[in-house]
Write a protein that binds this ligand. Structure first.
Ligand code: NAP
Length: 244
């Protein structure tokens, strides 16, 4: 059934981790949250958990590397809601074959780009017609401090010892999507920003991160809920602006 007043939000990779927390906190604002999940059963279980918290949630079966699922998701959202007010490109992976430039597996780097960059680009392109129908849509690309060229080129910085070329390059490319798309959409009312969660304990890093999931989700949630005078084309952590 169409929801003409409540905001409609799609979060990819929302069955667990940071994406699930973004869905929960956006849902608490009264938005209908569409939880993208490549595995329908996991997505439905996550929806049931949010419904138990009185959040209006639906599962959208969506693998960001599978164009047919992206097109089906866009068609289903069009039918049910007629528009989209928020897209969070959160789905992301680290491939165990990734590593420094001399040793990273080319296949691992390609696999990482397929999800972290091409997946976000494909979902964004498919959802743009729906986002344009919102008065004030937001797009949040969940990036990483590892995608910052400035941080990576500081030999004494916290990221100096961390060399996963495929992952870092995919997040740098995602940041470029943010910059180019924000420029392209500057007169549309759609704001596009990158979020840096910080090192957060999730399955992605075998729970080695030092932040909690709510802490990791904070930057993306702020960008998801930006007021009309908020920034576009920027890169932000919970602490503030991040350098490209
Ligand atoms: P996570 O717990 O592993 O969650 C990743 C989510 O992405 C899962 O729902 C996963 O689905 C989904 N996903 C992976 N490939 C997908 C695909 N092809 N199609 C659709 N969904 C897919 O990791 P997380 O830490 O919450 O990561 C969320 C985002 O934050 C990622 O973009 C990550 O790069 C970024 N990030 C995380 C950290 C950190 O320290 N955790 C730091 C910086 C940035 P399945 O359950 O089916 O695998």
């Amino acid at each position: 059934m169409p929801s003409p007043t409540g905001r409609v939000a799609l979060i990819t990779g929302a069955n667990k981790g940071i994406g699930f927390e973004i869905a929960r906190q956006v849902g608490r604002t009264g938005a209908v949250v569409l939880l993208g999940s490549r595995n329908r059963a996991l997505g439905e279980a996550a929806v049931a958990q949010l419904e138990g918290e009185e959040i209006e949630a639906r599962c959208v079966q969506l693998d960001v590397t599978k164009p047919a699922t992206i097109q089906a998701a866009a068609a289903a959202i069009e039918t049910a809601h007629g528009r989209l007010d928020l897209l969070v490109n959160n789905a992301g992976i680290v491939d165990r074959g990734d590593g420094p430039p001399s040793r990273t597996s080319i296949e691992a780097a390609r696999h990482t780009f397929d999800t972290n960059f091409f997946g976000a680009l494909a979902v964004t392109q498919a959802m743009l017609p729906l986002l344009r129908k919102s008065g004030s849509a937001r797009i949040v690309n969940v990036s990483s401090g590892l995608g910052s060229l400035t941080h990576n080129s500081d030999p004494s910085g916290q990221f100096a010892p961390v060399k996963f070329l495929g992952y870092s390059a995919s997040k740098a490319a995602l940041n470029m999507l943010t910059v180019h798309l924000a420029a392209e959409l500057k007169d549309s009312g759609i704001k596009v920003n990158s979020a840096d969660p910080g090192f957060t304990a999730t399955d992605l890093n075998d729970h080695r991160g030092h932040q909690t999931i709510p802490e990791g989700a904070a930057a993306a949630i702020r960008l998801a809920l930006l007021p009309d005078h908020g920034p576009t084309g920027g890169f932000f952590s919970a602490a503030g602006q991040e350098p490209w």
